[in-house]
Design a binder for this molecule. Structure first.
Ligand code: ADP
Ligand code: MG
Length: 209
């Protein structure tokens, strides 16, 4: 079954709900190695995305993601807003004006999102950023898609890999963003952006089921 604009909006609503639910946890992660604003930033951004979607549903999945992108870019400050905004914008562009997404489109959208984050933030796997969650998620999504998975299975594979990737940031020294100012003192903490990426993908996967 393909995902139309309405389903994609539901998936984003589930993402907003999970960000609200985990806001305090994300704030604490960012307090340890940053400035304690990641949970607040994302929650404000996703709340604005949901408000924008409540105001009228665009016709295609790509247009829904574009609303999310432009809202996140305009409402969320710091590093994560532009990075998440770029991720959604690149995915939206990749999906074009397709009216429904199949598994291949979901995997391609995720790949485009990762490429956008890397182009903008220049982080590599191992730098302890959201890329450590998103990069393995994209690889897993592509494997699930080539194994014949449906969109929900592709997102579930992405979510599992993202969670492992987020956990893998704990022993790493942060090399990008605010946490990198701490040098080796960033070791021992999960990266907030990698954690929010894993939480979002889990919510997207569960909502797509
Ligand atoms: P800020 O660091 O400006 O306070 P946030 O706290 O909202 O912004 O987001 C911090 C997260 O942004 C980090 O945990 C990390 O995952 C992500 N991040 C920061 N810089 C980069 C980068 N150059 N590339 C990828 N992700 C990054
Ligand atoms: Mg911060």
């Amino acid at each position: 079954m393909g995902c139309n604009a309405e389903r994609v909006a539901e998936v984003l609503r589930a993402g907003g709900a999970t960000v609200a639910e985990h806001k305090a946890e994300l704030i604490e992660l960012d307090r340890a190695i940053g400035d304690a604003d990641h949970g607040e930033n994302l929650d404000r951004g996703f709340a604005a995305v949901l408000t924008a979607l409540d105001g009228g549903l665009p016709e295609t999945p790509g247009a829904v993601l574009k609303v999310a992108a432009t809202t996140l870019i305009s409402k969320v400050g710091g590093a994560a807003g532009p990075l998440y905004g770029t991720a959604f914008l690149r995915a939206a562009t990749k999906l074009g004006d397709a009216s429904e997404l199949d598994a291949a489109a979901v995997a391609a959208g995720l790949r485009a999102a990762l490429d956008g984050v890397v182009a903008r933030g220049k982080a590599e796997v191992g730098d302890a950023t959201m890329v450590d969650a998103l990069a393995p998620a994209v690889d897993a999504a592509e494997r699930a898609q080539s194994d014949g998975g449906d969109p929900a299975a592709v997102l579930a594979a992405a979510a599992d890999a993202a969670k492992e990737g987020a956990d893998s940031t704990v022993p790493l020294t942060a090399r990008k963003g605010r946490a990198s100012y701490l040098g080796e003192r960033s070791v021992g903490h999960a990266d907030p952006g990698a954690t929010s990426t894993a939480l979002l993908l889990r919510a997207f996967a569960e909502s797509a089921r």
